[in-house]
Design a protein around this ligand. Structure first.
Ligand code: MN3
Length: 206
């Protein structure tokens, strides 16, 4: 079984003006597609064909960095499209998630501040995250370089923002902070984040 590029869960112009049709056309149709195509090419002969994306990704993280770059980014982008919606963002969090954000992170405003700071603090390409630490069960804000994600560090991603320049340069040029603020304030699909929170930690055999 090979990996496939999922359709966007909304129209290309649905997220405008916060994320334009042009950005989504390049980001989904070119960048995400390239991760899928290259991942399918590099996985041949590794023994990981037919494994789930998460299992193959975790294997590649330890054994095959070139393949990991592609599979990590495929995993991240599958979720990234669902982490946004038209009319999203702001404080409309599901109750249980809101409670944990208050308990573990000090409330929504502290979350917003830490999430934007993590995205700004990631030098070069990467991602910033809201994740569950699988060991403690607590929420935390993290950042990762390139195609890495919290899963390879024993954590479960609930929300991630892509801070590769291809995600914001068309709409925001070099203003990464404006992009991060627009993502949190106007795009986050809290319903999807809440669903992942309810599912709880993803635990994979190492
Ligand atoms: Mn990207």
């Amino acid at each position: 079984m090979s990996f496939t590029l999922p359709e966007l869960p909304y129209a290309y112009d649905a997220l405008a003006p916060y994320m334009s049709r042009e950005t989504l056309e390049f980001h989904h149709d070119k960048h995400h597609k390239a991760y899928v195509d290259k991942g399918n090419e590099l996985i041949v002969g590794t023994g990981q064909e037919g494994k789930s994306l998460e299992e193959a990704m975790l294997w590649a993280h330890k054994n095959n960095p070139g393949l990991f770059n592609q599979l990590g980014q495929h995993f991240n982008h599958i979720h990234f499209w669902h982490w946004m919606k038209k009319g999203g963002g702001g404080k409309s969090l599901p109750g249980a998630l809101d409670k944990s954000i208050t308990g573990d992170l000090g409330g929504y405003d502290a979350f917003r501040d830490a999430f934007v700071k993590a995205g700004m603090g990631q030098f070069g390409s990467g991602w910033c995250w809201l994740a569950i630490d699988n060991k403690t069960g607590k929420l935390e804000i993290t950042k990762t370089p390139n195609g890495e994600n919290p899963l390879v560090h024993g954590k479960t991603p609930l929300l991630g923002c892509d801070v590769w320049e291809h995600s914001y340069y068309i709409d925001y040029r070099n203003a990464r902070q404006k992009y991060l603020e627009a993502f949190v304030d106007n795009l986050v699909n809290w319903d999807y984040v809440g669903q992942l929170f309810e599912k709880g930690p993803i635990k994979l055999a190492a």
